[in-house]
Write a protein that binds this ligand. Structure first.
Ligand code: RIB
Ligand code: CA
Length: 356
């Protein structure tokens, strides 16, 4: 009887609200590459979505300097896995600096802390007891992709330093990646295409333009989620309150880390950059895309890190690659799926119950 109940519990884990596909063996194996910071940062909300989605199998998480230092990304993500009840997912330490881009006065004055060598602050609940793996991120990424040719999808929601290093490290790597979903760039050709760190550059591409340049030209099939589509989202107090209306370890974390912000600025809203990129892999029908050639400027001038998209190749962009570029979002379906999954019982606990 106990086994029957646990079996039913296991089956129920694949029928949570917002579910688009239902079978264990249909899960999409991913490597989640992130400049992670605890909520309210978008990377952590994107990871919550991935952890709570039965369509996704996270093979490993690789960290990179971006929103904050590599050490902060790593210690925060280890703790998040404990809170989410999935401490078995391995975490690999990645690049602590961009390939070429150096710390500057502009970087220090502007958003982000990628260059910082300050020790990371303790995450909510204190530093994790879970440890990082004894293998570098690039080695894990290359090894995992080559072990399962054309099966592994990379979800990259920070600067592309780790991905570019993997491309450079192993000539057979790029041709064996199934797909690469990137949150990055801003496309002036499409509506809402301004930058968010310089007038035309998006933050992730601007932190490591050379890595974005290598990655976008690599031949890997790319689904690009630029600022154009991020700007179709607005995380408001209304949706925050819906999310935290149910009590779970994840919604408790959201309350602790986001509650004060919504109380202080009840009319403000936030873009859901990385969450949209992650959601588009779970349910591609949430976004509208156009095939464009996209390249990244690596001249150290006023357009450093700017992504340029065109419908045809233009002079200077002969090596640009065609990719899917997201520019519109079914906001209501997306946010309803996001809220339902974040507030659902922890998937880690349901999986463990099913396996017992
Ligand atoms: O420009 C938005 C991107 O920059 C997101 O990935 C966010 O996490 C920040 O890193
Ligand atoms: Ca990010």
């Amino acid at each position: 009887m106990k086994n029957l109940i646990l079996l039913l519990l296991g089956a129920a884990s694949f029928a949570i609200p917002g579910s688009v596909s239902a079978q264990t063996d249909e899960r999409i194996p991913i490597i989640f590459d992130t400049d992670f910071v605890m909520p309210p940062a978008d990377d952590s909300l994107a990871l919550m979505l991935a952890l709570q989605s039965p369509e996704i199998e996270i093979l490993g998480i690789t960290t990179v300097a971006g929103n904050d230092s590599l050490e902060r990304a790593t210690s925060d993500v280890l703790r998040m896995l404990e809170i989410a009840g999935q401490p078995g997912i391995p975490v690999y330490r990645g690049a602590d600096m961009p390939l070429v881009h150096e710390k500057s006065d502009f970087a220090v004055r502007s958003y982000g802390n990628w260059y910082s060598d300050e020790p990371p602050p303790p995450p909510p609940g204190g530093f994790a007891t879970k440890q990082i793996e004894n293998e570098a991120a690039v080695s894990f990424i290359v090894r995992t992709v080559l072990a399962s040719p054309n099966k592994v999808t990379l979800v990259a929601i920070g600067p592309l330093t780790n991905i570019a290093q993997a491309i450079r490290a192993e000539p057979k790597f790029a041709e064996n990646v199934k797909q690469l979903v990137i949150m990055g760039g801003a496309i002036a050709l499409l509506p809402d295409g301004a930058g968010n760190i310089t007038p035309n550059a998006e933050y992730n591409f601007w932190v490591d333009p050379e890595a974005a340049h290598v990655t976008l030209r690599s031949g890997i099939p790319i689904e690009l989620s630029p600022l154009n589509v991020s700007r179709k989202s607005a995380l408001t107090k209304y949706w925050y309150e819906k999310m935290v209306a149910v009590e779970t370890p994840l919604t408790r974390l959201l309350k602790d880390t986001m509650g004060a912000r919504f109380a202080a600025e009840p009319d403000k809203s936030w873009f859901m950059y990385d969450q949209i990129a992650m959601a588009s892999l779970i349910d591609p029908s949430l976004v509208t895309t156009e095939r464009l050639y996209v390249d990244v400027n690596i001249d150290h001038g006023i357009s450093y890190g700017v992504s340029v998209g065109g419908r045809k190749i233009w002079p200077g962009a002969e090596l640009a690659q065609e990719m899917n570029v997201q520019f519109d979002l079914d906001w209501t379906r997306f946010i309803e799926m996001f809220v339902a999954r974040v507030q659902a019982p922890l998937q880690g606990e349901r999986k463990r119950a099913a396996e017992e």
